[in-house]
Write a protein that binds this ligand. Structure first.
Ligand SMILES: C[S@@+](CC[C@H](N)C(=O)[O-])C[C@H]1O[C@@H](n2cnc3c(N)ncnc32)[C@H](O)[C@@H]1O
Length: 209
């Protein structure tokens, strides 16, 4: 219980020495499968402009950055520790010219309207101030035809595993799909990893009309 409380707090906002030294690599390890699912659903092309919200350890962000040539990825994070780690790692990997890092929250994106072809966010919707305002902001920064991919666990699993008691906001899959549809995302697709030992995880992909 204490371990779960600590992990919940650090997942919501990695911080302090634990956040700086341990949480990024922990998140990258436990979320490797869903990051791959999201990467495949996103299918970034080398010239595209991409946004990742709440990149945490940033494995997915650097995987995308490595495949870009004229394109660029912007990462948005609430956590100063995750931002510092990612900036250092970008320099180490020689990817600093392809990736930008920004402090902020999904409900107030520091980007102009219609500036991205693709956007993704994995295991973050439970912490957004609310689903509606986050999705509305994401819809605002999309170019027409842009693809949004959200990775998340089902509300049933989050409840069963005690995460909702730790303050995670759990949304039924239909609510996520419907909210995206209401904001003009269409041609939806849901991929999942049904036999993931941590429960069922989905990658929702919608295309901005
Ligand atoms: C559970 S971690 C997931 C990290 C990474 N996407 C992954 O799957 O491994 C959630 C991340 O979202 C970030 N986050 C939480 N609320 C946020 C918000 N409102 N806007 C942007 N990022 C947020 C946290 O700082 C944290 O790094």
């Amino acid at each position: 219980m204490i371990w779960q409380r600590l992990l919940a707090r650090q997942s919501r906002l990695p911080s302090g020495l634990i956040g700086r030294l341990l949480i990024g690599s922990y998140l990258d390890r436990v979320n490797a499968e869903i990051n791959t699912l999201v990467y495949e659903a996103l299918a970034p092309e080398p010239q595209q402009r991409v946004l990742e919200v709440g990149f945490g350890g940033a494995d997915l962000l650097f995987r995308i950055a490595a495949g870009l040539d004229r394109g660029r990825i912007e990462g948005l994070e609430l956590s100063g520790e995750m931002l510092d780690n990612a900036r250092r790692r970008a320099a180490r990997l020689g990817l600093a010219d392809k990736a930008g890092f920004h402090a902020g929250s999904v409900d107030a994106l520091p980007f102009a309207d219609a500036s991205f072809d693709l956007a993704c966010s994995v295991h973050t919707i439970y912490f957004w101030p609310d689903l509606e305002s986050g999705l509305t902001e994401l819809a605002r920064v999309f170019k027409p035809g842009g693809r949004l991919v959200l990775g998340f666990s089902t509300d049933t699993d989050l409840r069963r595993d005690g995460w909702t008691e730790q303050g995670f906001q759990a949304y039924p899959t239909e609510v996520i799909v419907e909210s995206c549809r209401a904001l003009g995302f269409e041609s939806e697709r849901l991929d999942s990893i049904p036999r993931n030992p941590r429960g069922q995880v989905y990658a929702y992909r919608g295309i901005r009309a």
